[in-house]
Design a binder for this molecule. Structure first.
Ligand code: DQA
Length: 150
């Protein structure tokens, strides 16, 4: 079974209490359960992680590159400024789908730039937690097509 890492950046563990008018009422535990359940349906072994620490996120991205693991990534605020994360992601050896719960393009101007998008296979944004379901579906399709690097 293909293993997939679902990586989440800063503040995402606070889903449910964090700006619910933007990110909804579901918690990070709800998100993790949804991803694992979607994985079971798609025959993917999904592992969900969250960190507020850029260095830890970069270590996980290196692990994914070394082990050829597909990644669904919500870089959260790192999206908009972390060249270090982008450089780590550029080393990827499997599909990478960038996801966002909200639609950053419809929000403040600083959210309109993603320094990650250019090294991702593609981006899914604005569908709430469903963004992750769609991203995992995309990973399952890419794996089925045998697109190693996406
Ligand atoms: C986010 C959007 C980012 O702009 C923000 O910094 C986040 C969450 C989203 O999922 O909508 O933390 O990535």
């Amino acid at each position: 079974m293909t293993r997939v890492l679902v990586l989440n950046g800063p503040n995402l563990r606070r889903l449910g209490t964090r700006e619910p008018e933007v990110y909804g009422a579901d918690t990070f535990e709800d998100l993790s359960a949804l991803c694992r359940e979607t994985g079971r349906r798609l025959d993917l072994q999904v592992e969900v992680r969250q960190t507020d620490d850029e260095a830890e996120m970069i270590r996980w991205v290196h692990q994914a590159a070394d082990e050829r693991l597909p990644v669904v990534l919500n870089p959260a605020a790192f999206t908009h400024y972390s060249y270090a994360l982008r450089d780590a992601l550029a080393q990827r050896t499997a599909p990478l789908v960038e996801v966002h719960i909200s639609n950053p393009a419809a929000r403040e101007e600083f959210r309109h730039t993603s320094v990650v998008a250019g090294v991702a296979t593609g981006t899914i944004a604005g569908f709430g937690l469903m963004s992750y379901v769609l991203a995992l579906q995309a990973v399952a399709e890419l794996v089925a097509e045998g697109r190693a690097a996406g």
